[in-house]
Design a protein around this ligand. Structure first.
Ligand SMILES: Cc1cc2nc3c(=O)[nH]c(=O)nc-3n(C[C@H](O)[C@H](O)[C@H](O)COP(=O)(O)O)c2cc1C
Length: 234
């Protein structure tokens, strides 16, 4: 298969839907999300939702260290960690969304991701960060997919120059670790200062476990995140 030719798939358009539909929940409303992709190729950065910082204690990143928290998340475990980071260090959240949503059906998704990885295909994104140069520190979070960085996050790294920035990886996974994800980030950000990453167990969709970072587990992970952030001094 030619590089960047979308693998074909049998399912109908109706079978494809967004992560929010998968979970039946509005996920990121009110989370200070930096969004605004109006077409497939460019982005306008705008505050789409009302950020919570006026009402809560969310710290604001200072002018000297502007923080962007980029994440990709299907079942909201990685998103939960992204939100914790924001609560601790401030900054803006940016959710990576493929222009064409991935299939809801898990087995169909796994086959598609396999094909994409085999082909080196990196799907176009709904939007890009318009002014990546404005940020000094970029947290970069994804679930492990196929023991790798999910294809849309590879697209993000190709489309944005993170050179000269602090890049801080984070990950959730189904219990098998980060695989090659963190190494891929290092390899594809040769001019960045890639910091010690954070990884924790999230869900395991294969076994019907979707959002696992909730309730008591959420508090456990919050403590892990706090320790990690103190250790890396961001
Ligand atoms: C397509 C797919 C592939 C996955 N591959 C792996 C894997 O190789 N290793 C692993 O530990 N977990 C794997 N998982 C589980 C996810 O990494 C885990 O559920 C993660 O917490 C999901 O994060 P999210 O809720 O932010 O989407 C996979 C999940 C999906 C949907």
């Amino acid at each position: 298969m030619r590089e960047n030719t979308p693998p074909t798939s049998d399912e109908s358009e109706n079978d494809r839907t967004s992560r929010r539909n998968l979970l039946g929940a509005a996920a990121v409303a009110g989370s200070g999300l930096l969004a605004g992709c109006l077409d497939g190729s460019s982005s306008e950065t705008e505050e789409q939702n009302t950020p919570p910082q006026s009402e809560d204690e969310t710290p604001q990143s200072t002018d000297e260290n502007r923080v962007l928290i980029v994440f990709f998340s299907r079942t909201e475990n990685t998103q939960a960690v992204a939100e914790m980071i924001r609560e601790e260090v401030g900054g803006e959240l940016f959710e990576v969304l493929p222009a064409e949503p991935y299939p809801v059906d898990y087995d169909t998704l796994v086959s598609q991701v396999d094909e994409e990885n085999e082909a080196g295909y990196t799907p176009p994104l709904q939007c890009l960060v318009e002014d990546i140069g404005a940020y000094d520190t970029v947290f970069f979070g994804a679930p492990t997919w196929d023991m790798q960085l999910p294809p849309p996050m590879k697209t993000f790294l190709r489309e944005h120059d993170l050179g000269g920035k602090n890049v801080v990886p984070f990950n959730t996974n189904g219990g098998y670790g980060v695989g090659s994800s963190f190494q891929t980030i290092e390899d594809r950000c040769p001019n960045a200062d890639v910091r010690e990453g954070f990884s924790t167990r999230g869900g395991l969709e294969r076994d019907g476990v979707y959002l696992a970072i909730k309730e008591d587990r959420r508090e456990e992970v919050r403590a892990e995140v706090t320790d990690w952030l103190q250790r890396i001094r961001i």
